[in-house]
Write a protein that binds this ligand. Structure first.
Ligand code: UDP
Length: 459
């Protein structure tokens, strides 16, 4: 075995995200914060992801490796079910991850710690096998994870039977405000198993990391901190959007879809301040065709400018000739540079599916929200946006589960120009400042990352 490149770095951390955009992004961003503290990082992608990503000037100080998830040709979409995907990833991934640790060791770059995605709890066993520090990384909110923890422990029995769900550290929730896998018991059993199983071995993890900041979910963090060594380390937006201390941290670097950057930014540049409604439902949600039509007409009838992300796989659901009909006021793209868009002064509000990354981005950039939760954790995030953080309004669905065009239009109006909109905007600015403070020197997340790094340095 070669000797470690002594003195050139403090420790070597492997970072293993679940292979999806909303997981790779925050974990890669976390790598950058570690690198800035003299830690060597290696991001581990699945072979399929590593073949399909668009890498924009990935910070060269982050190493990238790939392991198999068992579906090298098509990833998640190639598996016949979520269960089949997760089972195979566990078997093949454990073996490949162990081989990677050995390979790095043999190459004189021994690994000190493994930061693994909560969706991949088997990775902790690999870290223990090699005596590494094992830190689980959650990309969803503390509230959502606390609900799953309570389900895992049997402290919240399913199907839900009471009209109010009470979980320590959380406000009382109505059943529909809990994650869809909890509220609609039996829906998507594979996903349900994945989110609940995150807690199967958490007591053995050395650290529990959240892409979040303490001030945002204090009560829940404090409660969880009684169980585990919890550290909030986010928001993991590029430094140049927040504290501006890492000059080369300007973007997310890895995109699973190619953004129409010039088209979006040129279009936004021509619009007045605060006049545009930005609409995106993230990288995964498949919107019901009827819902898509309601969104289309709601945007048109609201009379605001709008920039709407409709992924290529969703485009066929747009009403016929809609794109041409609205070309005076609306721009529809298959993927946007979302951070740049949210940071642009023309954007007045964000109609979002409330994926946690999108919500954190809006919080960090002070953009008011209109939420249209679709599934998984989004309904709980939306509850917090409206009732806890006060930085947006929730659209309500009808009995068919559809948000009607008029409902969407009224919510957009309320945020863009209504009385409540003023208060929402003030709160959005308040959260933006707190997010920046958290990652700034001496802030809660900054200190937590320092403490994490200090633990990696072995005598
Ligand atoms: N995103 C983007 N361009 C788009 C839409 C989304 O860059 O047109 C990014 C967005 O900034 C966020 C991620 O994709 O970082 C979506 O993550 P989120 O957790 O919000 O939703 P998910 O895709 O996991 O449902």
């Amino acid at each position: 075995m070669e000797t470690k490149e002594k003195g050139s770095y403090k420790a070597h951390v492997l970072v293993l995200p679940f292979p999806a955009q909303g997981h790779i992004t925050p974990m890669l961003q976390f790598c950058k914060r570690l690198v800035s503290r003299g830690v060597k990082t290696t991001l581990v992608n699945s072979i399929y992801v590593s073949k399909s990503i668009h890498v924009d000037d990935l910070n060269s100080s982050i190493n990238v490796e790939a392991i198999s998830d068992g579906f090298d040709e098509g990833g998640w979409a190639q598996a016949e079910s979520p269960e089949a995907y997760l089972t195979k990833f566990c078997a093949v991934g454990s073996r490949d991850l162990a081989n990677l640790v050995k390979k790095l060791d043999d190459a004189g770059r021994p690994v000190d710690a493994l930061v693994y995605d909560g969706f991949l709890p088997w990775a902790l066993d690999v870290s223990k096998e090699f005596g590494l520090v094992g830190a689980v990384f959650f990309t969803q909110s503390c509230a959502v994870n606390n609900i799953y923890y309570h389900v895992h422990k049997g402290l919240l029995s399913l199907p839900l039977s009471d009209s109010t769900v009470s979980i320590p550290g959380l406000p009382p929730l109505e059943p529909w405000e809990t994650p869809s896998f909890v509220y609609i018991y039996g829906s998507y059993p594979g996903f349900y198993h994945m989110v609940v199983n995150q807690f199967s071995n958490i007591d053995k993890a050395d650290l529990v990391l959240f892409n979040n900041f303490y001030e945002l979910e204090k009560e829940t963090v404090d409660w969880m901190a009684k169980l585990w060594r919890v550290k909030t380390i986010g928001p993991t937006l590029p430094s140049m959007y927040l504290d501006k201390r890492l000059e080369d941290d300007r973007g997310y670097d890895i995109n699973l879809f190619k953004p129409k950057s010039a088209m979006c930014m040129n279009w936004l540049n021509e619009k007045p301040r605060g006049s545009v409604v930005y609409v995106s439902f993230g990288s995964m949600a498949e919107i019901d065709a009827e819902q898509m039509e309601e969104v289309a007409w709601g945007l048109k009838e609201s009379m605001f400018y709008f920039l709407w992300v409709v992924r290529a796989s969703e485009e066929a659901k747009l009403p016929e000739k809609f794109t041409d009909d609205v070309s005076e006021r609306g721009l529809i793209v298959t993927w946007s540079p979302q951070l740049e868009v949210l940071a642009h002064e023309s954007v007045g509000c964000f109609v979002t599916h409330s994926g946690f990354n999108s919500v954190l981005e809006a919080i960090s950039l002070g953009v008011p929200l209109v939420t249209m939760a679709q599934w998984t954790d989004q309904g709980t995030n939306a509850k917090y946006v409206e009732d806890v953080w006060g930085m947006g309004v929730r659209t309500r669905q009808d009995e068919k589960g559809i948000v009607r065009r008029r409902v969407l239009e009224l919510c957009i109006r309320e945020v863009m120009e209504g009385q409540k909109g003023k208060e929402i905007k003030e709160n959005a600015i308040k959260w933006k400042n707190l997010a920046k403070e958290a990652v700034d020197e001496g802030g809660s997340s900054d200190k937590n990352i320092d403490e994490f790094v200090a633990e990696l340095i072995r005598p």
